[in-house]
Ligand binder design. Structure first.
Ligand code: ATP
Ligand code: MG
Length: 479
């Protein structure tokens, strides 16, 4: 099977046109790495010696969003549908005095210089598509067999190492083969330049099941404290990717081992070594338990579920107490809710995402009570936005601990059996009917309508007349 042909073909055409105009051009970065690993790249990047002005002039449909730092988006297709390819001019980034952005961008004609400003050797490879396709850019002869995870050249498999189409100035092919994430150049310098790279390194190691090269890991350990200078949004986005790429457990183990976790999420780092009562948590301490949930997060899961899993027990370390009978964490949910809200604020989550994440923390202990809930309480529980995430979190929570899925099954069965109109029935009456019945609009309406809804959800009333009778009984009109 070939990488998604539309995007791949578009990138190849762009490379061809740049070359026809006399410039150097290659596929570069993450897409090359993914192709060599037999993974389908999310997108394709082209690196070229042409300046942004030239690129803007050569192609008819372009977006110059990042032209000031050398990136032009080139669209391939028509109004009906098109794909975009990032075309980046070879550059060598100048000094980074703030640990975040290069002070200036300098274009270069040297592909080698461009590769050397990139972060990791596995991200520093180029493909020369013309060597791949000796008969020109014949898009029908698909060169990659990603199902088999190896480069195919015409009909014969070729070893990945030494493939004539792959240009490797940094030893990236060897590191890909060996499964190593290694900084290009001196790791410390590279992380001093841009501190976010430390998190990226962990993310790539986790995603591909690679090891961090020793010197690279040592540099991260030394410089982990610098991540405080990175914008919280960028840190958040890296952590979210780690949580949702299907290898969250490994990612967080590496964050912990390298000392990054204590810098970016000290509240989570504190979970390590916090003992739990063995009868409920045979698996071990709060950190081990949390890793047990992260290990169950699937690739493509929602960001809020990922963060909810990470933070569901964040209130445990500060509430740990050795009571006479056993270890207790009284109030850990309430404390966790406050901490979760603070973490979400710090990482600039939207109000909606914050609401979801905090609700996951807040409700994660309620499943055990579901069997004793009144019908109205249970239905309101089901009305939580994204209730499936609550179900998913509880399941992971049980499986990472006692393994007892009784409560989960009980709730899931009821949830699945209950149609939407039963969970969220149309209101029997509204404020209008209350006014017509002689009530003065005001704060009391909310309480009255809530009492009506309770009874409706309990199934004790079912009509507007019954609803008004209930209101008159419980909230008698004066006089
Ligand atoms: P992903 O699959 O997550 O998109 P990617 O390798 O494509 O991974 P991008 O963030 O899309 O990562 O960046 C594309 C390429 O740009 C990288 O492969 C790398 O060569 C380079 N790059 C990106 N971010 C940095 C950085 N902070 N420092 C140096 N090089 C970087
Ligand atoms: Mg990418």
């Amino acid at each position: 099977m070939l990488p998604d042909s539309r995007q791949f073909d578009a990138a190849l055409r762009i490379v061809g046109e740049l070359r026809a105009a006399g410039y150097e051009a290659y596929l570069a970065g993450g897409c090359v790495r993914d192709l060599l690993l037999g993974r389908e790249p999310k997108d394709y990047d082209v690196a070229t010696s042409a300046t942004p002005e030239v690129v803007l002039g050569l192609f008819s449909r372009t977006f110059s969003v990042g032209a000031h730092f050398g990136v032009v988006l080139v669209a391939d297709g028509d109004d009906e549908g098109y794909v975009t390819t990032e075309v980046a001019t070879f550059r060598s980034d100048g000094a980074y005095s703030d640990g975040r952005h290069p002070d200036g961008v300098r274009y270069t004609r040297s592909a080698e210089e461009d590769v050397k400003r990139r972060d990791f050797t596995i991200n520093g490879l180029l493909i020369d598509p013309e060597k791949l396709l000796p008969h020109g850019l014949d898009i029908e002869s698909h060169p990659f067999d990603s199902a088999q995870g190896r480069l195919r050249h015409k009909n014969k498999d070729v070893a990945r190492v030494g493939h004539p189409a792959v240009i490797d100035y940094v030893g990236g092919v060897g590191d890909l083969e060996a499964g190593i994430v290694r900084a290009i150049g001196r790791a410390e310098l590279r992380f001093e330049e841009d501190h976010l790279r430390m998190l990226r390194g962990v993310r790539f190691a986790a995603r591909f099941g690679f090891e961090l090269e020793e010197g690279t890991a040592a540099a991260i350990r030394r410089l982990a404290g610098k991540t405080v200078a990175v914008s919280r949004e960028r840190v958040r986005d890296e952590l979210t990717k780690m949580l949702t790429e299907g290898r969250a457990r490994r990612a967080f183990e590496l964050l912990e081992e390298t000392g990054l976790l204590a810098e970016v999420l000290p509240e989570v780092a504190r979970m390590k070594g916090v003992e739990q009562p063995a009868q409920f948590h045979p698996e071990g301490d709060v950190w081990v338990h949390t890793l047990g949930l992260l290990g169950q997060l699937e690739e493509g899961c929602s960001a809020t579920l990922g963060w909810g899993a990470l933070l569901h027990d964040v209130g445990k370390p500060p509430t740990f107490r050795r009571a006479p009978d056993r270890i207790r964490f009284d109030g850990h949910v309430e404390v966790g809710v406050a901490m979760g809200a603070e973490i979400c604020r710090r990482f600039r989550f939207s109000n909606e995402e914050t609401g979801r994440i905090v609700a996951l923390i807040e409700n994660h202990m309620r499943f055990a009570d579901a069997g004793r809930m009144k019908a109205s309480t249970l239905k309101r529980f089901f009305r939580l936005p994204g209730f499936e995430e609550h179900l998913a979190l509880h399941r992971m929570d049980c499986r990472a601990g006692s393994g007892n899925l009784e409560h989960w099954e009980f709730v899931r069965e009821r949830y699945e059996a209950m149609p939407e109109e039963v969970v969220r029935p149309r209101p029997l009456i509204t404020g209008r009917e209350l006014i017509a019945a002689g009530y003065r609009p005001g704060a009391g309406f909310k309480e009255m309508l809530r009492a009506v809804e309770d009874a409706q959800l309990e199934g004790t009333i079912g009509t507007a007349e019954e609803a008004l009778r209930l209101v008159r009984e419980r909230f008698p009109l004066p006089g």
